[in-house]
Ligand binder design. Sequence first.
Ligand SMILES: Cc1cc2nc3c(=O)[nH]c(=O)nc-3n(C[C@H](O)[C@H](O)[C@H](O)COP(=O)(O)O)c2cc1C
Length: 353
Amino acid sequence: MSVLFQPLAQRSLTLRNRLVVSPMCQYSARDGVPGDWHLVHLGSRAVGGAAAVVAEATAVSPEGRISPDDTGLWNDAQAAAWEPVAAFVRAQGAIPAVQLAHAGRKASTHAPWRGRGAVPEAEGGWTVVAPSALAFDATYPQPQALDDAGIAKVVDDFRQAARRALAAGFEIAEVHAAHGYLLHQFLSPLANRRDDGYGGGFDGRVRLLLEVIAAVREAWPERLPLWVRLSATDWVDGGWDVDQSVELARRLAPLGVDLIDVSSGGLDAGQRIEVGPGYQVPFARRIRAEAGVATGAVGLIETAQQAEAVVAAGDADLVLAGRVFLRDPYFAAHAAQALGIEPPTPPQYLRGW
Ligand SMILES: Cc1cc2nc3c(=O)[nH]c(=O)nc-3n(C[C@H](O)[C@H](O)[C@H](O)COP(=O)(O)O)c2cc1C
């Protein structure tokens, strides 16, 4: 019996299995509006049997985009353009999910295949914001430190984006607090040097994320799950670490967070990551065991057997996979086949299996 292909209940939803498409930027939107690419990209992975498909880091405000080509949910035109995408994913039996994001000091950068580092204002770049006026590195934009009004706007932008995500038909919202983007910048003492109520000790550094989650939960209905992606560690001495992640997860769960999606890194250019198969799974395991909250494991989990073992061991409640889904939209159906389970497939494709 496979545990990877057991359904998972989350609030009013049932995920048909435990394999989820990890959010992946496509750098293919215009003015934040998703298009045909997003429909086909996300739709084909729903056809391929994934339990949920998480749409890429989607900016809650224009200044929160990683690149000029990111998707957004800061206006109603964007929400309307997401509607057919979410509906198609839903019609295939997968849960449409979206990652709500603000890139902070890592905003206004080029899409990877268009260049590196900051996009100049003359080429459509913009002024970026952060907890403190510290650039990620010399190639990134110099940020402005957010004042109280700027922080209040961030909280409200997440709230409004959650409301639009609901209107668009998404059924899981994931708040992006990982990979060195704005909310992670506030968490980490390496990027947050504030001396007001949003910086300093642990309580100050986690405050913005807790406020964002409370605001999103107000807009996001009780019946639908809310996830948070964390970088469990900065992989830098003196940075954010797993102990702090466990403590944060303990505080997030009572606010209505249903799953911590456990990634790592991205905050500091000096990070030294020990990469290997399943290298972030131990973080998901610790957070699940010590904070008593459901977790998702992600990072170089690329075979059916590996994903099955993660769930079977109780390291995580589900597995998110990224790059393998880029190579193989049918990774979930192929994983089922490899485990001797009937592959999840739409009836149109039954004869192919
Ligand atoms: C092309 C690409 C785009 C990505 N964009 C995002 C993103 O928008 N949000 C995010 O949290 N992670 C993003 N990631 C990270 C993935 O979600 C995932 O955590 C990472 O690739 C590790 O999983 P994997 O080894 O299964 O690929 C991206 C990864 C890739 C390859």
